[in-house]
Ligand binder design. Sequence first.
Ligand code: HEM
Length: 278
Amino acid sequence: MFTSNHFAELSASIPTIYMQGYIVVMILLVMGGTILDMIHKKSAQYFFENAKKAQKSAKRTVDGGEKVAIATSVLVKEVLTSGEFSNPRRRLSHLLTMWGTIIFIVTTAIMIFCYPTSATPTPTLLPQLWHIGALMLAVGGYWFWFAIRVDVAAEGLSWFRLERADLFILSLLATSTFALIWSFTGGGLTVYFALFILSSTVLFGGVYWSKFAHMFFKPAAAYQKKIIMADGSRENLPPDYDLTDPEVQRKFPDVPMYMGKNPPNMGLCIKAERANHY
Ligand code: HEM
C-alpha cells in the first residue's frame, strides 16, 4: 500500500491526460487566486508604497551584497525553517504542515507526469514519500487545529467554531485525510477519491478567500522587515533604548526620576505571560 502509485493504477479508469490537466488547472487557479487577492487587497501596491516611504527615512544605504545576505537569511530562517515562530510548538506544527504539503504535492505531480501508468514502474520511494508527506501534513495540521490555534489555545473558543479564515487549514486537513483513507482502502475510483479531489479543488480553487497566498506574501514581508532594520528607518519607531545609559537618561529625564539610575530591563511585555485568560 505504501509502495504503490495509486495514480498509475487509476489510469485504467481515468485517462492520464485528465489527471495531468487537473494539475495544470490547479496551478492556474493558485496563480489566478493570488493575483486577484493582490488586486483586491491592494497588498502589492501597499507593500511598494510603504517600502518607498521607508526608504525616505533611511539612515544609511543597504548595498547589493547586504541585500543578498538578507534575502539568504530570510530563505534559510523564515522560509525553510519557519523561524518567525518563537513558540517551539507552533514552529514544529508549521514545519510539519509546510514540508508535509510540499512533499505531498511534489510527489503527486512527479508520479502523475513521470510515471503515469503501470507500464513505467514507479520507484517505491515516491509513493513512500507521498504517504509521509500526507501524514506530516495531517499531524501538523490536526495539532494546530485542536491545540495551537489562537482562538482555541488562548481565547478558549470551541474547536468546532468555523470562520471563513479556517478554509485554508480545513481544506488542507480534508485533502490529506481523504488522500490517506483513499490509499489505505486500496485506491481506485471510490467515494474517498471523489472526496480527495473535492477537497483539493477547494484548497487550490479557494486561494482568493483563504490564507493560502500567505506562503508567497510572508517571505516578502520578512525581507522588508529586515531591510528597515538594516537601513535604520525602523518604520519611524524609536530605537531599543538602554535605560541605564546616561545619554538616554539625559534625553528622557523622567526615566531616572521614576525608575532610579539603574532601571531593570523588563524585556518584551508580550513575553511576560502566556495569553490564556479565558
Ligand atoms: C506549503 C507551504 C505552507 C503551508 C502549507 C503553510 C501552512 C500554514 C498554516 C496552516 C498556518 C495557520 C493558518 C491559520 O491561522 O489558519 C500558517 C500560518 C503561518 N505561516 Fe505558513 N504555510 C506555508 C508556508 C509558509 C511560508 C513560506 C512562510 C514564511 C516565510 C509562512 C509563515 C507563516 C506565518 C508567519 C504564519 C502565522 C500567520 C499568522 O498568524 O498571521 N508559511 N501557515
